[in-house]
Design a protein around this ligand. Structure first.
Ligand code: AMP
Length: 178
């Protein structure tokens, strides 16, 4: 369980920016966490505690899922695989589309980096509607790997992302919920 202390420190550090990047969005700015190396390490320790000995590989979602995901992979001594926005990865790669509030988007992962049967943690900084994470889970399953865990620093509970991820039967961990 997350220590009350860590939750309080994160609540005091993460900034809420109203109406960014669009009117009506409450943007959670995590960048002040990186000004406090002790807090950053505590977050990595917390995420590591959740995933230790339970996963074979971490898939992190561009771009803020890289900020904690890669350090977490190094700490747990497991490989890290990049899930990137369309057009950033050289071939061979696989793609998965998903719907946004207006329009649609795609994410991509290098083909062949994930091995069939591997137990995967999908990590991102924030869970909102769950659309991006669900697309990442589809990429993972398309490679014959298994989504074992999801982790996030922040969950925006009103947007019900967790419900969207239920069908994966994987553990879901969020340090902070708003
Ligand atoms: P979703 O696919 O709706 O779950 O959106 C999750 C992705 O969008 C994550 O990669 C977040 O970094 C980003 N995101 C969505 N809403 C916010 C928000 N209010 N503040 C910061 N990032 C957000």
């Amino acid at each position: 369980m997350t220590s009350k202390n860590l939750v309080q420190k994160l609540e005091a550090t993460i900034q809420n920016i109203p109406d960014f990047p669009k009117p009506g969005i409450q943007f959670k700015d995590i960048s002040p966490i990186f000004l406090d190396p002790t807090l950053y390490k505590e977050v990595i320790d917390e995420l590591a505690h959740f995933s230790r000995n339970k996963i074979d590989v971490i898939c992190g979602i561009e771009s803020r899922g890289f900020l904690f995901g890669i350090a977490l992979a190094a700490k747990l001594e497991v490989p890290f695989i990049l899930i990137r926005k369309k057009g950033k990865l050289p071939p061979p790669f696989i793609s998965q589309g998903y719907d946004l509030e207006y329009g649609s988007s795609e994410i991509e992962m290098k083909a062949g980096q994930l091995k069939p049967g591997q137990k995967v943690l999908i990590h991102d900084d924030l869970l909102a509607t769950g659309g991006t994470t669900e697309a990442a889970a589809k990429l993972v399953e398309s490679q014959g790997a298994c989504v074992s865990q999801f982790s996030f620093l922040i969950s925006l509970e009103d947007l019900k992302g967790s419900e969207r991820l239920k069908s994966y039967n994987a553990e879901i961990y969020k340090i902070l919920s708003y």
